[in-house]
Design a protein around this ligand. Structure first.
Ligand code: NAD
Length: 321
């Protein structure tokens, strides 16, 4: 197993979900660092346009396939040095109405990735997990060693299951792993989440913004470019068999404040905010989320943008499209 630090240059890298929001930004950074990249994606929410500048480049290959098809992912894993497993169904709300989607797209898909990694003797895997594995944590900001982990959404449960599969494969088959527990990641190419929803609602009706819950939900937001930089930094600076990192900003921002920033950036002065009520936006919504990023800071990485600045920059980027 690779127990030293890992140099992310001149590698052959597979990115599952590489046509998606975060995945395509990971591809941008990895290609800048001089790696060969294979994107594995079924384009269910990902977009070819997000990969536009890479499509005809010699370092790049797109493998259109589905993670639920084990032979396809096994074929894509041929001669790969490290897998970035980013593909998932990230829609937390969906678990209320569809109890199978996260089981299949997250747990089963991750099992198929791990089996392909094992069979092709790949020694490194990085995984995009989530703050929702902590559930309603009583320690805030929540550190990586917080426990017990009691997710309250089916999505959070599925990601925690994926983490457990990855750590056990790491130990059993000598595979080095990195698990990144993200706060809310936002930015250019974002296709889902509160900012995208609010912009859509305000474009439909610039006078009223309905906010799910009481608007006081307070969470950490981080711009996607900083998220990707921190992933690269962590991979290059950690030596354990299993390396778990929180990734977020150091402050939190309320949902109402996000609505106000969006209204300001859209030039709307008299928006009436209405609330569906209750402390959560939906069943499974965690009202307060802030991650301790001390582990990353101690290694020497710190985000440049706080939540407010990440949100404002994202709104400007999304309004440009
Ligand atoms: P996204 O929907 O934009 O990207 C997911 C990608 O995976 C898409 O390109 C999609 O087409 C692909 N995909 C989905 N199912 C697939 C399958 N069965 N086979 C092949 N490809 C498949 O989502 P995102 O926001 O970029 O999220 C990326 C990762 O980060 C996910 O693992 C998500 O759980 C995690 N995450 C995201 C956030 C956030 O704030 N965006 C927060 C925490 C964790």
């Amino acid at each position: 197993m690779n127990t030293g630090t890992y140099d992310l240059t001149k590698k052959r890298i597979l990115v599952t979900g590489g046509a998606g929001f975060i995945g395509s930004h990971i591809v941008d950074q990895l290609s800048k660092a001089g790696n060969d990249i294979v994107v594995f994606d079924n384009l269910s929410s990902g977009k070819i346009d997000f990969l536009g500048k890479h499509l005809d480049q010699p370092y790049f290959n797109l493998f259109e396939g589905d993670l639920l098809n084990d032979s396809e992912i096994e074929e894509a894993c041929e001669n790969i040095d490290i897998v970035f497993h980013v593909a998932a169904n990230p829609d937390v709300k969906l678990g209320m109405t569809d109890t199978k989607v996260h089981f299949n797209q997250n747990i089963k898909a991750t099992y198929n990735v791990l089996e392909a990694v094992r069979k092709k003797k790949i020694q490194n895997i990085a995984f995009t997990s989530t703050s929702t594995v902590y559930g309603e944590a009583t320690v805030i900001p929540t550190p990586e060693n917080y426990g017990p982990l009691v997710p309250i959404s089916l999505y959070g449960a599925s990601k925690l299951s994926c983490e457990a599969l990855i750590t056990s494969y790491s130990h059993t088959f000598n595979i080095k792993s990195w698990i990144f527990r993200f706060a809310n990641i936002i930015g250019d190419r974002g296709t889902h989440g509160v900012i995208v929803d609010f912009i859509r609602k305000l474009r439909q009706n610039p006078e009223i913004l309905e906010i799910l819950g009481d608007g006081k939900q307070s969470k950490s937001y981080l711009h996607v470019e900083e998220c990707v930089k921190s992933i690269m930094f962590s991979i290059e600076n950690s030596k354990d068999e299993v390396n778990i990192f929180n990734i977020g900003s150091e402050d939190i921002i309320t949902t109402t404040r996000i609505g106000k920033i969006i209204a300001e950036e859209m030039g709307l002065e008299n928006v009436e905010f209405t609330y569906t009520g209750g402390k959560r936006g939906w069943k499974g919504d965690v009202p307060k989320m802030s991650l301790s990023i001390n582990k990353l800071k101690e290694k020497g990485w710190k985000p440049e943008l706080n939540s407010e600045k990440s949100v404002r920059l994202t709104v400007k980027e999304l309004l440009r499209d």
